[in-house]
Design a protein around this ligand. Structure first.
Ligand code: DGL
Length: 262
């Protein structure tokens, strides 16, 4: 029997679960390892070098596990250091892109929500420049990812209006941070406009990259990585070794129930 594919999924915290959910839906064959760096989230306003160092740490952990590919399920890490990481590792690294193209196909006035590092990135500017017929307004949401993380961990209620710009007649909202996808229903209701995220596109890219007609899979699996008490996210079977981990697992279950698939 062929060895099962192994894929590492990385984010600063819980946002990448939105990408992992799509991977499990569209491409359940591999064993997935999820690394959420909750202890150091959010990344969105950190210096670029620090983000690159943290990302490299996660990828080294995946390398140690012998993954076949890794996903940077973090727009910030993708914008800051995807190219640099591709030079350092031999396995393919799939980044997550804001769904600018999908939004541009359907809308002429679009709001892009992103972390400060993603909002200021050349990568985003280059992507937006490819669709001159659509007017994009890019908004750097300083604390939204952190507020979502706190909300999902049951620490604090989420007051979206404190983190979002005023409503205007946007025809679509691009979620340029994977954390935002965890509350995409709420963001869509707030703006009364459809939201676009990059999760499905990322899962499809991974599948195209790795799927070669393999038939050895029996069931999907999500495995967990231990780094420290605070930096672990457990998925799949809950191991109640600490409260933080347990809560996060519950959040993932809620998230999957709450947000219907398009
Ligand atoms: N979820 C990440 C992103 O897509 C990072 C959010 C953060 O840590 O600030 O950008």
């Amino acid at each position: 029997m062929e060895k099962r594919l192994q894929v590492g999924v990385f984010d600063s915290g819980m946002g990448g679960l939105s990408v992992l959910a799509e991977c499990l839906r569209l491409f359940p064959e591999p064993i997935y390892y999820y690394y959420g760096d909750n202890a150091r989230a959010p990344y969105g306003s950190r210096p670029k070098e620090e983000i690159a160092n943290f990302t490299e740490e996660a990828l080294r952990a995946f390398e140690g596990l012998g993954v076949d590919a890794a996903i940077l399920a973090c727009n910030t890490a993708t914008a800051v250091c995807a190219e640099e990481m591709r030079k350092k590792f031999t396995f393919p690294i799939v980044g997550v892109e804001p769904a600018i193209k999908q939004a541009a196909k359907q809308c002429r006035r679009v709001l892009v929500l992103a972390t400060p590092r993603t909002a200021e990135s050349e990568r985003l500017a280059a992507l937006v420049a490819r669709f001159p017929e659509t007017a994009f307004t890019v908004f750097a949401a300083e604390r939204l990812a952190a507020a979502i993380e706190e909300h999902l961990l049951g620490k604090k209620m989420l007051a979206l209006q404190e983190h979002l710009p005023l409503r205007a007649n946007y025809e679509g909202i691009v979620l340029g941070c994977t954390h935002y996808s965890l509350v995409k229903g709420e963001i869509a209701s707030y703006f009364k406009a459809p939201v676009y995220d990059g999760a499905e596109g990322t899962a499809k890219r991974l599948k195209n990259l790795l799927f070669v007609g393999r038939s050895d899979h029996a069931y999907p699996a999500v495995t967990t990585l231990h780094f420290s008490e605070k930096t672990v996210i457990f998925l799949g079977k809950s191991r109640k070794t600490n409260e933080h981990v347990y809560n996060t697992n519950i959040c993932f279950q809620c998230f999957r129930k709450k947000i219907p698939k398009e």
